[in-house]
Design a protein around this ligand. Structure first.
Ligand code: N01
Length: 487
């Protein structure tokens, strides 16, 4: 069966839903949203591990066009964020616009008609003038390449595909990884399991997180005088913007933040041996900063142990480390991150003249303003290449992208265009400048992280302030694009 629509939005996570809302508000209503799962929510639907929450305050980690006065605390838990996303879906009448359980497997552009045809896993096709790929950067997790993975006979689970049927009571558990997910999981497991061994490859810089409840008078104030919520959101936004000075660039502020983190480590961890193992040897900001007040206390619980010997292999009964010890465990939790599309595409995308985006992005993804790619007309990305912040809310970036994309689609429709394609020279100049600026950031300062490809190319982060990023996307300049009239 083939469906024809004006705009195909792929993904019903934050960015896909936000795109649909802003398209509707711009009067563009002939769109279809395809979602491979059976519910909205993207990463917040999938990451239901105990302790899942956001390390950015909810007042900024939400859309300005869908304010929520009811956040229960400064940093909300995953369930509350998912409830917000579901509420937004219903509030803007999007649920009936979503085709759930529809997995897009291929996108092909037709130069003659200026349309894209998407194929779905169950054999249908959808043809659209414009496509917005809102599949999310952290949508797929997989087991890491550790030897002996298939020989282990105990239970395994990924942080992003939590097995809620597994009872941890009385169990001996290993957690591999010490990133943003692991530091939220470990305190919960320590409270549930008999023992927890945390396998650390690289320690992260940790800053404490105060997470006060919103008192009822504040919620009431937000409801009655919405501008107070907007004002607090702005204050939080600019507070985070200031962090860029120490997180994005290696500066005196970085040194200051490192001192704050070291002082917190000294206060929170009594044992000097453990402190040494938890002290990073790279500049703060290079990897994502860990915001938590629960992790260090959990590591020092009597039933928890930090293991810093490299993992050699998984064995039938547990994990073997390089010094020859076998740690026997009932369950291994992999908090080892995601398959990030910084070199490739989530599904094959064939553009103008049959060019293949996966081939062009093999050495690292590149786009114009992270949204458009030369050779792929009428196709737009949210959270595309170099759109990630290290210091502020991702949703501010997403919102800027969405509004830019809505401008592009409005232009296609207003001028009756067959195609709107970013100029190759404009994209190349943009990326030359971007990579020049990235070379001076802490992300490119020598540590390894999911921000970089294996070759050290940074296809994920934006080297600047969120304000700068949003300003760059505020107005679409038609001169940056090649427009072809229909007919
Ligand atoms: O994944 P990660 P994550 N053997 O890639 C280790 C977002 N997020 O799921 O550092 C041993 O950061 C790896 O070690 P190393 C956020 O953007 C947001 O925790 O590579 N260890 C590391 O410790 C975040 O950045 C929130 O040496 C192995 C860990 O596994 C992103 O998701 C909350 C290994 C992976 O850390 C990913 O975070 C949670 C191996 N073979 C997540 N392979 C918010 O609060 C990997 N590791 C918004």
């Amino acid at each position: 069966m083939n469906t024809t629509t004006g705009v195909l939005v792929i993904g019903a996570g934050f960015s896909g839903l936000g795109t649909a809302i802003r398209l509707s508000q711009a009067g563009i209503t002939d769109f279809v949203i395809c979602e491979r799962a059976g519910d909205v929510g993207g990463t917040w639907r999938d990451n239901t591990y105990p302790g899942a929450g956001c390390d950015v305050p909810s007042l900024v980690y939400s859309y300005s066009f869908a304010p929520n006065p009811n956040w229960s605390r400064a940093y909300s838990g995953g369930a509350e964020i998912l409830a917000y996303i579901r509420h937004m879906t219903d509030q803007f009448g999007l649920r009936e616009r979503i085709r759930f359980n529809t997995d897009i497997t291929r996108l092909v552009y037709d130069d003659d008609t200026g349309t894209w045809t998407a194929s779905t896993k169950d054999g249908h096709t959808i043809t659209a003038r414009a496509v917005v790929s809102a599949v999310g950067a952290l949508a797929n997790a997989s087991y890491p390449g550790i030897d002996g993975l298939d020989t282990y006979r105990g239970h395994t689970m990924l942080s992003s595909a939590w097995d809620h049927s597994y009872d941890f009571t009385g169990k001996h558990v290993a957690v591999i990884g010490t990133g943003a997910s692991a530091v939220q999981i470990v305190p919960e497991l320590v409270a549930m399991a008999a023992t927890v061994k945390v396998f650390q490859r690289t320690p992260g810089w940790v800053l404490p997180k105060a997470n006060p409840h919103h008192p009822s008078w504040l919620t009431e104030l937000f409801r009655r005088v919405p501008t107070t919520q907007t004002a607090l959101r702005q204050a939080l936004f600019y507070g985070h913007e200031a962090m860029a000075l120490g997180v994005v660039w290696d500066s005196a502020v970085t040194t200051l933040l490192q001192q704050v983190s070291r002082r917190y480590l000294r206060r929170a961890v009594a044992d000097p041996w453990l402190r040494r193992r938890l002290t990073p040897d790279y500049r703060m900001g290079c990897k994502r900063i860990l915001i938590t007040s629960d992790y260090y206390p959990a590591l020092q619980a009597p039933n928890c142990k930090l293991i810093t010997w490299p993992i050699y292999a998984l064995s039938a009964n547990g994990i073997r480390t390089a010094e020859g010890i076998e740690h026997q465990v009932d369950c291994v939790v992999f908090a080892t991150g995601f398959d990030v599309y910084n070199a490739g595409t989530p599904f094959p995308i064939s553009g103008s003249g049959g060019r293949v985006l996966g081939d062009e992005w093999l050495a690292g993804a590149k786009a114009y303003k992270s949204v458009a790619v030369a050779g792929y007309p009428n196709l737009f990305f949210t959270l595309g290449p170099n759109s990630g912040p290290g210091h502020n809310s991702l949703l501010v970036y997403s919102e800027a992208q969405i509004d830019y994309i809505v401008q592009a689609i409005s232009l296609i429709r207003r001028d009756g265009l067959r195609s709107l394609e970013v100029r190759k020279d404009v994209q190349e100049e943009f990326n030359r400048d971007l990579q020049r600026r990235l070379a001076r950031t802490t992300w490119n300062s020598g540590c390894s992280s999911w921000y970089l490809t294996g070759d050290g190319f940074n296809a994920t982060m934006y080297p600047g302030f969120a304000t700068q990023y949003a300003r760059g996307l505020a107005t679409l300049d038609p001169d940056d694009y090649l427009a072809t009239k229909a007919g």
